[in-house]
Write a protein that binds this ligand. Structure first.
Ligand code: KG4
Ligand code: ZN
Length: 344
């Protein structure tokens, strides 16, 4: 297949991301731009869907202009436009999808609707040291926590998933309990670095459940109980609790991911999604994986959380595999959409 130039648009939640990817010579990300709405939603303690949609509308064109001018390429050179079709907030998805379909229509090129989690899953392929297929993937974002067997692009088998809160959600909710503003996950991780190890002991939910599922909502309750027992925790106590929480969640994620990899007989483990940016998760995983002869792969830090680059990449790979290309025009978005539905 001749090289192609593809635009990627991400707008599933509170980040507008646009990127330009060229498949020439093994693939190159030419430019990418991101606008995060985090500060806008902070006052409300979480994402306000209507505000999110409006903000995507405000930023999609300026970001596109930036990506084109940074790369020195023009719209007429595009071969296809990929965009996040779901899962996510319906209104937010509609902005990216309608913009992509309209632009592609005017240019007379096809579109590639992409599953947001497939974008996360394939994002380590953008790194300097990309993994080869097949691999096991730990997908840990704000809305999902799953272990997947990834055979090739579009061939995914679910091995286990969270029965309640996602890992990122658990980080965010626990942060809120400790008085850290939304989205508290990264700040909670920073606070945990000042915590003393082993001082606050929390349970390791479902570590010995015999399957590859997770459950994180109990951890939040355990933290709440600790906070109530102390009354008004001081800074050191808050850091100790953050440390206890992070150690518990990281321990479960690492042990279950390595178990999944060992059971599969594979030697490659990919970590993707926002929580994949967590330093302690990376440290412990590298250490434990090394002992088991397994290599862990991560996306670059900037591509752990939502971005347009992973959507452009997933779109390019799907296009090249002849999957999900469609003529521009009519479209649907899929706010709820299991990743396993796109397999095959
Ligand atoms: O993948 P992502 O950007 O969005 C979704 O698709 O959900 O993930 C966002 C999640 C949030 O819950 C955020 O708190 C969490 O990832 N997160 C982290 C870190 N950075 C982002 N959690 C723990 N440690 C971090 N360093
Ligand atoms: Zn995401």
């Amino acid at each position: 297949m001749p090289p192609m130039l593809i635009l990627g648009i991400e707008s599933s939640c509170d980040e507008t991301g646009i990127a330009l990817y060229d498949t020439v010579a093994g693939g190159a990300l030419l430019s990418h731009a991101l606008h995060s709405q985090v500060l806008m939603h902070r006052d409300y303690g979480g994402v306000v869907p209507e505000l999110a949609s409006r903000d995507h509308i405000r930023h999609v064109v300026p970001l596109l202009r930036k990506v084109l001018s940074d790369s020195g390429r023009s719209l007429t050179e595009l071969d296809a436009i990929a965009y996040t079709q779901g899962p996510g907030l319906a209104g937010a998805l509609l902005v990216g999808a309608a913009f992509a379909e309209g632009l592609a229509s005017s240019l007379g090129i096809p579109t590639v609707p992409v599953h947001h989690l497939e974008g996360h899953l394939l994002s380590p392929l953008l790194s300097k040291r990309p993994p080869k297929f097949p691999f096991i993937a730990l997908l840990v974002s704000g809305g999902h926590s799953q272990l997947m067997h990834v055979k090739a692009v579009g061939e995914y088998r679910l091995l286990g998933e969270t029965l309640d809160d996602a890992a990122g959600e658990a980080f965010d909710k626990t942060a809120k309990l400790l008085g850290i503003p939304y989205p508290g996950g990264p700040a909670l991780a920073d606070l945990a670095e000042f915590g003393r190890p082993g001082l606050v002991k929390l349970p390791r939910p479902m570590l010995h459940s015999g399957d590859l599922n997770f459950s994180f909502s109990g951890l939040k309750t355990a933290v709440l109980t600790k906070v109530h027992a102390i009354g008004l925790p001081d800074d050191q106590q808050r850091a100790d609790i953050a440390r206890g929480f992070q150690d518990a969640i990281v321990d479960v994620l690492v042990q279950k991911s390595l178990r999944a990899t060992e059971e599969s007989g594979l030697k490659r483990l990919v970590v993707a999604g926002g929580v994949g940016a967590n330093r302690e998760l990376r440290r412990l995983l590298d250490q434990q994986a090394g002992k088991a002869g397994i290599t862990a792969f991560y996306p670059e830090l900037e591509f752990c959380t939502d971005n347009g680059a992973m959507i452009a990449l997933a779109g390019a790979l799907r296009f090249q595999a002849g999957k999900s290309i469609k003529p521009a025009g009519a479209f649907v978005v899929r706010p709820r959409w299991p990743l396993t539905e796109i397999t095959g």
